[in-house]
Design a binder for this molecule. Sequence first.
Ligand code: ATR
Length: 471
Amino acid sequence: MDLILASQSSTRRRILSCARIIAKAVSPQIDEENITKSLMAEKAMPRDIADTLAEHKAKKVSIKNPLSWVLGCDQVLDFEGKVFGKPITQEDLKQSLIRLSGTTHRLITANIIYHNTRPMWRHISVSHMTMHSMTITEIEMYVEQSWPEAQHSAGGYYFEKTPHLFSEVRGNWFDIMGLSIGPVVEYLNQHSKVTVFQAPKIAAVLGHPVAHSKSPRMHGHWLETNRISGSYIAIDIPLCRFSETVRVLIGVGIIGFNVTLPYKEDALALADYLTPRAKAIGAANTLIIDLNGLITADNTDGYGFITNLKVNSSDWFPQTGPALVLGAGGASRAVLVSLIEAGCPKIYLTNRTFQRAKDLAFQLSPLIEVIDWEDKERYLPIVTTVVNTTSLGMTGKPPLEIDLSSINLKALVTDLVYTPLDTPLLAQAYSLGCSVVDGIGMLLHQGGPGFEAWFGTRPIVDSEVEALVLK
Ligand code: ATR
């Protein structure tokens, strides 16, 4: 099927491509402002305005391409009978947000398919969007920061980037984004003889900040290589808005999340069910949403850690001897729990702040013995695993100062730091003849269980995905 999208919106193009639908995008160039004005003068209903605009776009492109199928889309926002289209000026955006703040409006999405200059199918969806109350200063800040994107969007908000502006949303993610992909796919499947299209699923990584996250690249690669209709995006949620924003995102159909700093504990608190390992670690990095919107919290960091060592060092067995773990922060918890679960008989834990290590050992297991940071080298001859969970040695951070000369040469040394991949700790251990495993594999392997739960396939961790993540 030859499909043309009568829109230049990159979001809509992205939605079609994540449903694996190949479509050419063409700008329909209709006079939206004047058409809307005359429809409003005729007292047209908001849904008719959206539908008519979508139709104008589809028709114009269909006249030039009669043999193609043409998808036209438009959105308007309806608040107490007043129609809001795209804001024309920053002042316009500010005034609309002042009106919408603290209230519920309807976001109307119209999609229409034309073929041979005739309408073949049309669809209207209505989402109910309740905005948090915003102060004038907050609105002004939003306008200032978001104008480049906001000016292209009905009502002037960009839901994908700012779901936290809303306290409640009743609608579907794709409808809100302006392309009702489920119904479009259903229609295309009835009319295309060859391909069976699937409506995409969405998962996301949540954090603050989150722009640095490697997860979208990794999951995006797995979606691509497994030919799965879906998308994985990063959503930055400002402090204090985590749980209610997650509820909004679940409400609009997101099927799962990875959670990164600073929300791993909040994610656990929010869940309806906890896996034993999430409960033991006391934090969640993976949320799985079931069909009723209930949340299962999992923690796959420890799984990622152990799997990375097993895959990369076939003669390493956690049971063979004690481990020395450096650091007692968030990452250390998952390492400690997974080592104990894997049968490690004893762990020496050391941390710059002694009490933090003491508290962790007390919470987790009597098999953990806390030793002084200054004494760490004394334990090197008797351990068979050495793990750095501190941020020391990371690019831009101080080096990890440790003299490995007394190390048991049968010990495996690993570092959670993966920027750089070959940390000074690993380089020193390698030069002495120890086995070493770098930290990138933990990141890759921790992603597997979530991907499988959301998209139904266990992804393959190979050098291709590793290279992509390290790029
Ligand atoms: P993460 O979630 O990545 O583990 P974190 O909870 O902030 O991050 O923990 C960072 C770890 O690196 C802690 O063990 C921290 O030691 P403190 O508990 O004493 O803060 C350790 N760390 C950070 N900077 C350090 C430094 N300069 N010297 C020694 N340890 C350091």
